[in-house]
Design a protein around this ligand. Structure first.
Ligand code: ZN
Length: 288
């Protein structure tokens, strides 16, 4: 566990930034601690628990998962006896892909991880009125993405929905993603926080929208846009294709669709070439 930065936001929020530049956001209300995301495991959460115990240990910690990706949920097991909130598709997706990622990505484990799913889910939003905290469904980066709004401090935690220099595209509905980014852009929050890019501004949101729009319309992308992370861009191009096929295969196989066996067929989407992937997906579909 290495927390490299702890920054106060507003009157009751704290951003913890880990050595891999991933953040979690902690909000101290009169009744609870709200923790947005749990990073990579129990070791990461030790610093958060210490911070809490030095202030008010009697208050319950309520965890919120901004989405089900592994780098945001592996510390859930530390809080398994408490409330863990997410969008309803987040629980479902975590249940489907969680073990696959846990086994595949052992080098990123921080401590001994047990996959713990959210135990309180919502569809559009859930509000803790007394605490002035709201969790709102905001699909885009993934189907299960959601944001946390601290109304009192006017702070919005957006998870991976906004990212520098480009976002990861891991949901087939890019129009929904652009709509969500417009929603975030016009959201009346004083501060907006991204999991991987810290405090963000509207210029970055616009940049993300333009990138997605160009991918959606099949326009050529200027390499300068992704020069800092060509592998992410390659992933996005490949994953946009992969997700189309995944939907088709799901439809064909219905209940017998098995995520792990399907996903294992196509290697690392950051590295494979688009044409090789397309060929492999076509072949897979043809043999069903
Ligand atoms: Zn992430």
């Amino acid at each position: 566990m290495v927390i490299k930065d702890v920054s106060k936001v507003g009157n009751r929020g704290v951003i913890f930034t880990f050595d891999d530049d991933i953040t979690v956001y902690l909000i101290h209300t009169d009744r609870y601690w709200f923790l947005c995301d749990t990073h990579l495991g129990p070791q990461s959460m030790e610093g958060i628990k210490n911070y809490i115990s030095m202030r008010s240990n009697e208050k319950e910690v309520i965890v919120f998962n901004s989405h089900s990706d592994w780098d945001h949920i592996w510390g859930n097991c530390v809080f398994q006896n408490g409330i863990i909130i997410s969008h309803e598709t987040c629980r479902k997706r975590m249940d489907e892909i969680g073990e696959f990622d846990l086994v595949r990505l052992t080098e990123f484990h921080r401590g001994v991880i047990k996959l713990v799913l959210p135990n309180l889910t919502f569809s559009d939003k859930i509000t803790f009125a007394e605490d002035e905290i709201e969790f709102i469904y905001a699909p885009g980066h993934t189907i299960d993405s959601a944001v946390c709004f601290d109304r009192k401090d006017s702070v919005l935690f957006v998870g991976d929905l906004v990212e520098y220099p480009i976002p990861y595209l891991d949901f087939s509905d890019l129009e929904a993603y652009m709509k969500t980014l417009e929603f975030i852009k016009s959201f009346p929050a004083r501060v907006k926080i991204s999991s991987h890019s810290g405090i963000i501004d509207n210029a970055l949101i616009d940049r993300n929208i333009t990138y997605i729009k160009n991918i959606f319309e099949g326009n050529p992308i200027d390499p300068i846009v992704y020069q800092e992370c060509p592998d992410v861009h390659n992933f996005n191009i490949n994953n946009t294709l992969y997700l189309k096929y995944e939907n088709m295969v799901r439809e064909k196989l219905k209940d017998s669709f098995d995520y792990t066996s399907f996903r294992c067929e196509f290697g690392d989407l950051k590295k494979v070439s688009y044409t090789d992937l397309q060929e492999a997906l076509e072949l897979y579909l043809a043999h069903l």
